[in-house]
Design a protein around this ligand. Structure first.
Ligand SMILES: O=C(O)C1=C[C@@H](OP(=O)(O)O)[C@@H](O)[C@H](O)C1
Ligand SMILES: C=C(OP(=O)(O)O)C(=O)O
Length: 504
């Protein structure tokens, strides 16, 4: 059955954040595929592009329009944060069946004396402090309980070195207050971005508005998620900002205007991952339309990563990306420091490769280069290993990755740890393994509030869908309605997300 139901107490104190909610938590029975998949799944806008374009539009020299932006909790938090600093952001309705565009009008002067709620959004907690440093007055930042554990020190110290006054009582983490003075000197700064590329993107995005621009030198041994830095550079250049990279790990943004432009946001190719992977799990075909012919999104690498597991991929001239597969999943040996965001899906596929196909023995896999995902929405390495092993699997934590050894999986509760990609990985495993129930499927609202609906349409038989729409699914959110807010601050993200309707 494809019905979101309220759990009657079982595992009710599991939030994945280590902080019990003390009340019933939702368990979502993951639909099991009864036949090969054959579906086309249009996906909403990219979280990373929506966040960047909102920030750049707020810093630009005139109004910009964002076409087809993402609507989700992270996007709503970014909108609320920029509005708090004085930016005007208006929804432009496009009829009943289409999500609204956004018209962003920069404030004449960014204003402080406000608060910014980051939720669990890395992009909000890393990108917005650099903008707040350009505002006049204090800006207090906080977020979800787990957000307080996500690393901030390198970017806060770098902003201080560039002239910002930031009070964090030595925490190097949320909560903190940026005491903006209306401008920032900028210049050269060294920082270690081995825990997150977002530290670099934050400085580059606002850097053109610093008096001397910014010259960032990465000092760490590793630099994860490089495509996300390339995305930052591409969005800046599209707005006329001069960005140079004189050496690996070094970037210079010249001071100057950030041009106001109208942009169309590409579909979220990272959110395509579980859907495309579903074709490998069930066999059959899945198509994601509007796949960009050229993009900086790391999700584009799915076109080479999924064939490692045995899929065939084809991108046609119309922009339809189609994955076809037989249902057999090969073991892999992947080193993917650039693709940490895709790692949960890849590990989910590895767990199913280890489970075996139709009674055949499973195959082992290792996925490495992803140590930094310990600092994502949760410690994703620990969380994936714990959940795979709780279903009977044999996964092992490595320093910078995960090894999955052959072992058959069985049903059980899959915890989400308030992490949207943990939730979707559980759904992927549940396609093949009977009896998998996902705790906190509502965490998918972080970047894909319509996950259960899209997943159901793609993988579930028609009868299950009819039943689902009768009973309702617990994670349908709408942006554009009034009366809610994106800042609900619960002890679990799912709880907070259930109270979220962005105030557009
Ligand atoms: O800049 C961005 O939009 C992102 C950068 C990456 O962060 P890390 O470098 O911390 O992995 C990625 O994983 C995250 O989902 C989004
Ligand atoms: C790591 C992620 O998010 P964030 O932007 O919060 O870092 C993610 O979406 O996988």
């Amino acid at each position: 059955m494809l019905i979101a139901k309220m759990n009657q107490g079982k595992d009710g104190d599991e939030t994945g954040t280590g902080e019990g909610v003390g009340e019933a938590a939702a368990l979502w029975p993951a639909p099991q595929a009864e036949r090969a998949i054959d579906a086309t799944v249009p996906l909403p806008g990219s979280k990373s592009l929506t966040g960047r374009e909102l920030v750049l539009a707020a810093l630009a020299d005139g109004p910009s329009t964002l076409h087809a932006p993402l609507q989700s909790r992270d996007a709503a938090l970014m909108i609320d944060a920029l509005r708090a600093l004085g930016t005007e952001i208006e929804a432009l309705p496009r009829g009943e069946s289409a999500d609204p565009d956004l018209r962003v009008t920069p404030a004449p002067e960014l204003t402080g004396s406000t608060t910014v709620e980051c939720g669990l959004a890395g992009t909000v907690m890393r990108f917005v402090p650099a903008v707040a440093a350009l505002a006049l007055g204090p800006v207090a930042f906080d977020g979800d309980p787990y957000a307080r554990k996500r690393p901030m020190r390198p970017v806060l110290d770098a902003l201080r070195a560039l002239g910002a006054d930031i009070a964090d009582e030595g925490r190097g983490a949320l909560p903190f207050t940026v005491h903006g003075t209306g401008s920032l000197q900028g210049g050269r700064v060294e920082l270690d971005a081995s825990l997150s590329s977002q530290f670099v993107s934050a400085l580059l995005l606002a850097g053109a508005r610093f008096e001397n621009g910014v010259h960032v030198v990465h000092t760490g041994e590793r630099l994860p998620s490089l495509p996300h830095i390339e995305m930052t550079i591409a969005t800046l250049r599209a707005r006329g900002v001069r960005v140079d990279s004189p050496a690996d790990g070094e970037w210079i943004v010249a001071p100057g205007a950030i041009r106001a432009i109208d942009v169309t946001i590409e579909p979220d190719l990272s959110n395509a991952a579980p859907f495309l992977a579903a074709a490998l799990v069930t066999g059959g075909r899945i198509t994601v339309p509007n796949w960009p012919s050229s993009t900086t999104q790391v999700g584009d690498s799915l076109r080479t990563l999924l064939p490692e597991f045995g899929a065939a991929t084809h991108l046609d001239d119309a922009g339809d990306l189609t994955i076809t597969a037989t249902g057999a999943i090969s073991g892999v040996s992947l080193h993917v420091p650039e693709a940490g965001e895709l790692a949960p899906t890849l590990v989910g596929l590895a767990a199913l490769a280890a489970h075996g196909t139709d009674g055949t023995d499973g195959a082992a896999s290792t996925i490495t280069g992803i140590g930094h995902i310990r600092h994502h929405e949760t410690d994703r390495i620990a969380a994936l290993v714990a959940e795979i092993n709780a279903l009977g699997g044999d996964a092992v934590e490595l320093d910078d990755g995960i090894e999955v050894r052959p072992a058959p999986l069985h049903g059980g509760v899959w915890h989400s740890y308030a992490d949207h990609r943990m939730a979707t990985t559980g759904a992927l495993i549940g396609l093949r393994v009977p009896g998998v129930e996902i705790e906190d499927i509502a965490s998918t609202s972080k970047t894909l509030p319509r996950f259960t609906e899209l997943w159901g349409r793609a993988v579930a038989p028609r009868e299950a869908l009819a039943e689902s729409s009768r009973d309702g699914v617990d994670v349908a959110f709408e942006l554009g309605a009034s009366g809610g807010d994106a800042t609900a601050h619960g002890t679990s993200l799912g709880q907070a997300a259930r109270g979220f309707i962005a105030g557009l």
